[in-house]
Design a protein around this ligand. Structure first.
Ligand code: ZN
Length: 381
C-alpha cells in the first residue's frame, strides 16, 4: 500500500469518529464501517447492502478495505451524517416509523429509499404514509389477507378512515358491508417476515371485546406495505390527539405500533394440578401475554394480564419435575392477584430470556389506563 493510501485511510477513519458519523446514518447502529461517497454518509454493513440496490444515487465503499482518494474524503468531510440528516430527514412526520438496526429488511429498505431515492422528507408534504388524501383522511387499497381457517392468502379491500378512527376490510371490492370494522386505537401492527414466511408480512393485532385478534396481510410491493404501516400510525396519532387532548406527543407515540417484547413457544398448564401441559405460541405485547395453538392463529386461546409488583404480580423460576405431562422442565410461574400460572421452557437460556422480560414489565408501575384494562380482564375471567 502506498504511503498516500495509508494516509487517506487514516483520514477516513478519523472522519468516521466525528459527530453523527459514529452511528449508521440510516439505522443508528454504532461504529459503521462503510460510507457512501456520493451521499456523504457513514452506514453499517446491513444498510450498506441496501445502498447497493440504489447504486445510481449511492456509491458505497468499505472504510478499511477500499482505496479512498482525496476528493471522496473531502466530500465526506463536507457532508457527513449530521448534514445528511438535516437535509434528507428535514420533514419526517412525527408519527413516521424510523427503523433501527433490529428491524426487518423491508422497513429499513423503504426508509432508505424514501430518504435518498424518493427524497420524500426533503419537502414539507408528500407521500409520507399519511392517508392518500389530506382532506378526507382515507387510505384505500388491496392487501392479501390470510384466511382464518384455510390459511390461504386472498385479495381483500382495506379502507382506513382517520375521521371515524377505523380500519375496515371487505371480502369483495364492491361490497357495501365490511367484513370487519376495527377500532384504530386498539391496533398494534408488526412486521413478521419469519413467522409469516413472507418478506412483507404484516401482523395487525387488535382488541375486540377485550380479546386479541390477528389479521395477517402482505402486499407484494414493499413501498405499499410500509405505506400502510405508516398510514395506520398516522391515523392512530391523529385520532388519539383528538381523543386524549391532554396527552402529550411522546405519550401518544409510545402507544403507536411497537414490536412485541417477545414471542416463542412455552408449555402451559391449566389451573388444576391434573391439567395437562400443552405447547403454545406466546406473544407478549407489553402487559398482554397472549397464547395461541399456532403462531398464525386469528384468535388467542387465552391471555394473561401482567400488572406490576406493587399490585400483587410476581414472576419466579420454578423447577417442574417431569412427573406431569410436561416435556420441558425449565419452569416459570406468574402469580396474579387471582391465580398462579405455570409455564415451562425448552432451555435454561430460553427461560432466562422470558424471565427477564416478564420481570421488566412488572417492575414498571401501572398507568390509570392499564388499571382499566386489568379490571376488564378480571371481569372476563
Ligand atoms: Zn444501518
Amino acid at each position: 500500500m502506498s504511503g498516500e493510501q495509508d494516509w487517506n485511510k487514516k483520514s477516513v477513519k478519523i472522519l468516521s469518529r466525528k459527530g453523527g458519523n459514529t452511528k449508521c446514518a440510516d439505522c443508528g447502529e454504532t461504529d459503521p464501517q462503510w460510507a457512501s461517497y456520493t451521499l456523504g454518509v457513514f452506514v453499517c454493513v446491513t444498510c450498506c447492502g441496501i445502498h447497493r440496490n440504489i447504486s445510481e444515487i449511492s456509491k458505497v465503499k468499505s472504510l478499511t478495505m477500499a482505496k479512498w482518494d482525496e476528493e471522496q474524503i473531502q466530500f465526506l468531510d463536507q457532508h457527513g451524517n449530521d448534514a445528511a440528516k438535516a437535509k434528507y430527514e428535514a420533514h419526517v412526520p412525527i408519527h413516521y416509523y424510523r427503523p433501527t438496526h433490529t428491524d426487518c429488511h423491508v422497513l429499513r429498505e423503504q426508509w432508505i429509499r424514501a430518504k435518498y431515492e424518493r427524497k420524500q422528507f426533503m419537502k414539507n408534504e408528500g407521500a409520507d404514509g399519511s392517508p392518500d388524501s389530506k382532506e378526507t383522511g382515507v387510505k384505500e387499497g388491496t392487501l392479501f389477507k390470510r384466511g382464518r381457517d384455510n390459511g390461504q392468502y386472498l385479495a381483500r379491500k382495506f379502507v382506513l378512515t382517520e375521521l371515524d378512527g377505523t380500519l375496515k376490510y371487505f371480502i369483495k371490492s364492491d361490497a357495501k358491508e365490511p367484513k370487519a370494522v376495527i377500532k384504530i386505537d386498539s391496533i398494534n401492527a408488526t412486521f413478521q417476515p419469519e413467522k409469516m414466511k413472507h418478506n412483507h408480512g404484516l401482523q395487525i393485532t387488535y382488541v375486540k371485546d377485550n380479546k386479541a385478534r390477528n389479521l395477517f396481510v402482505y402486499h407484494n410491493d414493499g413501498q405499499e406495505i410500509v405505506s400502510w404501516f405508516n398510514a395506520i400510525r398516522a391515523a392512530q396519532f391523529h385520532y388519539m390527539k383528538v381523543a386524549f387532548p391532554t396527552a402529550n406527543d411522546k405519550e401518544i407515540l409510545s402507544r403507536l405500533p411497537r414490536n412485541f417484547l417477545k414471542e416463542g413457544y412455552m408449555e402451559k398448564t391449566g389451573p388444576k394440578p391434573t391439567d395437562a401441559f400443552k405447547k403454545r405460541w406466546f406473544t407478549l405485547d407489553h402487559r398482554r401475554l397472549m397464547y395461541y395453538k399456532d403462531p398464525l392463529d386469528a384468535f388467542a386461546k387465552g391471555e394473561v394480564f401482567l400488572g406490576s409488583t406493587e399490585h400483587g404480580y410476581q414472576v419466579k423460576a420454578e423447577i417442574v419435575p417431569n412427573s406431569y405431562s410436561n416435556i420441558w422442565n425449565y419452569g416459570i410461574s406468574i402469580s396474579t392477584p387471582d391465580r398462579t400460572y405455570l409455564f415451562t421452557c425448552e432451555s435454561e437460556q430460553d427461560r432466562e430470556n422470558w424471565l427477564s422480560v416478564f420481570k421488566k414489565v412488572i417492575s414498571i408501575p401501572m398507568t390509570v389506563r392499564e388499571f382499566a384494562v386489568e379490571a376488564q380482564f378480571k371481569h372476563r375471567s
